[in-house]
Design a protein around this ligand. Sequence first.
Ligand SMILES: O=C(CO)COP(=O)(O)O
Length: 255
Amino acid sequence: MESTGRERRLRRLWGPTSGRTVLMPIDQPVTMGPIAGLDAIDSQLVRLLAGAPNGIIGHRGVLRRVPAEVARSTGVVMHLSAGTALSGRGHVKTLTGDVVEAVRIGADAVSAQVTFGVPEETDMLRDLAQLAGACAQWGMPLLAMVYVAGVDPTAAPEKIAHAARAAAELGSDIVKVPYTGSADSFATVVDGCFAPVVMAGGEPSDSWEDVLLDVKDALSAGAAGVCIGRKVQQHAAPEAALADLHALVHANNPG
Ligand SMILES: O=C(CO)COP(=O)(O)O
């Protein structure tokens, strides 16, 4: 069966009962440098992995630092696009690896970012589509991280819905989008996208309780899970924050 590898890999990223996922992105230092929460990466990895995310998303260098025994129980997503704030245009991403390398390291999926609404959008769309083609060839799931430049997602959820749908149309198996500010608006994103949608994090906020309320609303709108980085990584107790996310995402359906 041509799709077996893809399905077997995808299954490792979802809670077996809930069918939802808590993903932990640790790819941000390429864009932002050694930011708080990811600067002392080895000790932070121990804490984050103790919180048992369903999957961890990182570039090849940081994935090499994930202890092998953990990689057996936590899904691994190899991030394949990068851009740095040093360029002044950190939202413009270029491909940094390929699916064959992801197969070699035993990744369960690959991911790439597309920033919509910038002149380089066409390059990033071409890269995503080429990646989707290679993923189809190798049975590798593809997660697209979509953002719309210069747009407040709460003010223009229809633009987030458009970007999410475009990523699904090009072959993404999971689409990560910023939260649009309400369950109703997030439902338009989820309902318009035939691939599962996970909610991104963004800048750390003052109130963790507010983050949890947003997660609750996103899930009630049909989100397939969360992909929240800095808000957890810069939390005073990242393991406890992850436990909170597990409780919501996998509520009444452990794992
Ligand atoms: O998926 C993400 C980065 O790739 C989201 O990270 P943040 O939650 O830190 O914005």
